[in-house]
Design a protein around this ligand. Structure first.
Ligand code: ARG
Length: 265
């Protein structure tokens, strides 16, 4: 099944503030290389037959490339983002405007949440992260707005500050994750819900290997996540390795650059 994605070209990408442990403003980042790597990701999606729409980047919003944080779109309805840090604040309205202009029903967020950074959608449930960015109250709000059950999971390692840095859906029913990124209680929830999950190693997690995008058959994943790639191949997945090392200097990988637009169903 082809997917529909929204992406934002890293035209104004820089690392000029630090809001997660990956970011080192004094070291900076190579914008041209970031753009080339991002183009490679977009091309990979298009080769797989997915549709990629683009939102115009805005000067002064260097993290806007991380489209996943811009909203959560389920059943054709858009739940807007409200960012934790003021540096990213204007991204929320910018993404909501993109959807409003295209006729989507949108919900203004009443609570802090960073869109698909912390909300990952499966067929029957939305998994929601908290601990660093998204407020627990937003989990409840998303459930009421979108009419899907939301299960809260608590993150504990500041390197894995968004749920999408520690877990990704393999298909509508199963996930891959890095257990040590979660509290003991949340690990137990994950074990119960996903007894057949792919468990990632520390080495996989430390290169943001869990920040991957699966369409149920193909998994677009950081080329450095060697154990994870092997585990996925053993399960019969086609692995599409990509290099987003420059964007990782802001704490992002393939999934961060990708907002999924889920239509009505
Ligand atoms: N620098 C950005 C931040 O800290 C990176 C966001 C990465 N996005 C994601 N979906 N994990 O907010």
């Amino acid at each position: 099944m082809p997917k529909h994605f929204l992406m934002c070209r890293p035209e104004y990408f820089t690392v000029e503030y630090a809001i997660n442990p990956w970011m080192h403003p004094e070291a900076g980042a190579d914008r041209d290389l970031a753009i080339r790597q991002w183009e490679g990701l977009k091309a990979a999606y298009e080769e797989l037959g997915h549709r990629v729409d683009l939102i115009d980047p805005i000067d002064g919003l260097p993290d806007m490339v991380f489209a996943a944080n811009g909203a959560l779109v389920v059943g054709g309805r858009v739940y807007g983002a409200r960012f934790t840090y003021p540096q990213r604040g204007p991204e929320g309205p910018a993404y909501l405007r993109w959807f409003t202009e295209r006729g989507y029903p949108v919900y203004e967020p009443g609570h802090v949440n960073e869109g698909e950074g912390d909300f990952l959608t499966l067929d029957d449930v939305i998994l929601a992260g908290t601990g660093f960015r998204t407020d627990l109250a937003a989990h409840q709000e998303a459930q009421e707005r979108l009419g899907r059950p939301v299960v809260s999971l608590t993150l504990v390692d500041p390197r894995f500050y968004h749920l999408d840095t520690a877990l990704f859906p393999l298909d509508g029913h199963n996930v891959a994750y890095y257990p040590a990124a979660f509290t003991e209680g949340s690990r137990e929830v994950l074990r119960r819900m996903f007894p057949d999950a792919v468990l990632a190693t520390a080495e996989d997690a430390e290169v943001l290997g869990l920040n991957a995008v699966s369409d149920g058959a193909n998994v677009v994943v950081n080329y450095e996540a060697a154990n994870l790639q092997l585990a996925l191949k053993r399960r019969g997945y086609e692995v599409i390795p990509v290099d987003l090392s420059e964007l990782r200097k802001a704490g992002g990988g393939p999934k961060c650059c990708t907002l999924e637009i889920r239509g009505e169903n």
